[in-house]
Design a binder for this molecule. Structure first.
Ligand SMILES: [Fe+2]
Length: 270
């Protein structure tokens, strides 16, 4: 399996603090079944900016340490880029690291509480640059928990989605868990990632959450999410985002209705 989201580069963001912690995380992800990890440190415009050259150098250090430890896991460069209006310009100037450094797919994140008004514009401008936006953990944003139909609009425009599989364990709260399940059932997820920042306290938690994903989507689709689609990204090939959107819409609408009804009855109870 290929992990499309991890904070394993030591000392560059809020993830791993040192190489020992990195090796601990890598070992756990290997035990969970990952053979390839894409390192995706947070990249922000401004003071915390990390250049592609810096990411490549840090990735190389981790790659060497992992090889010296004899852990059979490949480490590849990437980034989790925090959205800002000039993203497409920065991509054109090769100032943002793409997933696997192929120049084809950009993993990006939004603020957790508010969807910026320029989000659609950024997606569009990236696509004009022939770069496919991959939104990290859509299930974790309040704006999208409240309005999941926006995800459907973006999916129709060719935006891809990466789920944090730990959302299935409830790590990010019941609403994120619910949206994660809905998105998986609606066939709206294209990749899964650990989003690992440190060694998990409980052994086996990665494997359990991955198992939950597989139980929802089935074996074939699980392989798409963990092997086929991420491999296409690394090869710079197109990822199938197809399928019938009508079915997806149906599942999303049902969830929305359920939420509305809950809100309606809650008024009587209070
Ligand atoms: Fe992350």
């Amino acid at each position: 399996m290929i992990d499309t989201h991890s904070h394993i580069l030591p000392g560059v963001d809020d993830g791993s603090k040192n190489i020992d912690e990195t090796l601990g995380i890598v070992r756990q992800l290997h035990e969970a079944g990952f053979k390839t990890l894409i390192a995706t440190p947070h990249v922000l415009e401004g003071a915390s900016y990390l250049s592609p050259a810096e990411i490549l150098a840090a990735t190389e250090l981790v790659r060497q340490a992992v090889a010296e430890e004899g852990i059979p896991v490949e480490i590849l460069p990437g980034a989790e880029n925090y959205i800002f209006p000039d993203m497409a310009k920065w991509v054109r100037a090769e100032k943002l690291m793409t997933l696997g450094n192929t120049g084809k797919y950009l993993l990006l994140e939004l603020p957790l509480f508010e969807i910026p008004h320029y989000t659609d514009q950024v997606f569009f401008e990236l696509q004009v640059e022939r770069v496919t936006p991959i939104l990290a953990h859509p299930e974790r944003y309040k704006g999208l928990i409240d309005e999941p139909e926006r995800l459907l609009e973006w999916a129709k425009k060719g935006v891809l989605f990466q789920l944090d599989y730990m959302s299935l364990s409830g790590k990010y709260g019941p609403k994120s868990k619910e949206l994660a399940e809905t998105l998986l059932r609606s066939d709206l997820i294209h990749f899964v990632g650990s989003d690992a920042h440190r060694v998990s306290r409980r052994e086996g938690s990665n494997r359990e959450a991955l198992q939950s994903v597989q139980e929802i989507v089935g074996e074939g689709k699980f392989r798409d999410l963990t092997v086929t689609n991420p491999q296409r990204v690394l090869d710079g090939d197109a990822v199938q985002s197809g399928g019938e959107y009508s079915q997806k819409e149906l599942v999303l609408m049902k969830t929305k209705e359920k939420r509305k009804r809950k809100g309606f009855w809650a008024r009587f109870r209070s």
